[in-house]
Design a protein. Structure first.
Length: 216
């Protein structure tokens, strides 16, 4: 696959706590130059990016990030503010404590609530696979599907592990036909990127894509 074709799958990402506006600006300029699917950035930069770049860039941001255990009402507020500021896509972290308590219905209801607010905007649901058992991953496939979300996403990139091919294959088996897959976390080679795309991922979350393309 051509390198620039790969970039169309990439959510060009910078979510470090110490991210500066200069770093965010470079990220956005790279996203425009390489025609990435979006930039995935901290919520506090959404409005500034929108005001600076307008429709030149597709803005994705995160809510309930990175641990997911904030109250549903907090995530609702975050989502509404992000959309008001100009975000087009929302990546939300599930409440992993609910998963561990086997309260899968609460997870599903939270996702459904956020999707109702997002409306036609894309909602990706981060299930943080590194913390889940196989049973819990399967339950999250059902929850994401039943709640009407657009994507299931493997990882925040801040947990103990990132995307694996095994988890992508499990997702493909258990998600509904309208749910797509985003692999994120630990994707550090062009070979990995192409492999995840070939496996059926519609998006890749990585901060390394442009560097990898330039090195290649």
């Amino acid at each position: 696959m051509d390198s620039l074709e790969i970039m169309k799958y990439v959510d060009h990402t910078l979510l470090k706590a110490v991210s500066t506006w200069e770093e965010i600006r470079v990220l956005c300029d790279e996203a425009i130059a390489y025609q990435t699917a979006s930039v995935c950035i901290p919520p506090n930069y959404v409005k500034r990016i929108h005001d600076t770049y307008g429709d030149k860039i597709n803005i994705c941001t995160v809510i309930g990030f990175p641990l997911g255990y904030s109250a549903k009402e907090s995530k609702v507020t975050e989502c509404r503010q992000a959309l008001k500021d100009g975000a087009n896509e929302i990546d939300m972290v599930i409440n992993i404590t609910d998963v561990k308590n086997k309260d899968y219905k609460s997870v599903e209801n939270e996702i459904r609530t956020i999707k109702e607010i997002a409306g036609e905007h894309i909602l990706k649901v981060i299930v943080e696979t590194c913390y889940l058992t196989e049973e819990e991953k399967i339950e999250m496939c059902h929850a994401v599907t039943n709640a009407g979300a657009d994507y299931i996403k493997t990882s925040t990139g801040f947990g103990t592990g990132g995307a694996t091919m095994e988890d992508v294959m499990l997702f493909k088996k258990y998600i509904g036909q309208n749910v797509r897959i985003k692999a994120s976390g630990g994707i550090r080679t062009l070979k990995d990127m192409e492999a995840f795309i070939d496996a059926g991922c519609s998006r890749l979350g990585t901060s390394s894509a442009v560097k990898l393309i330039n090195n290649a």
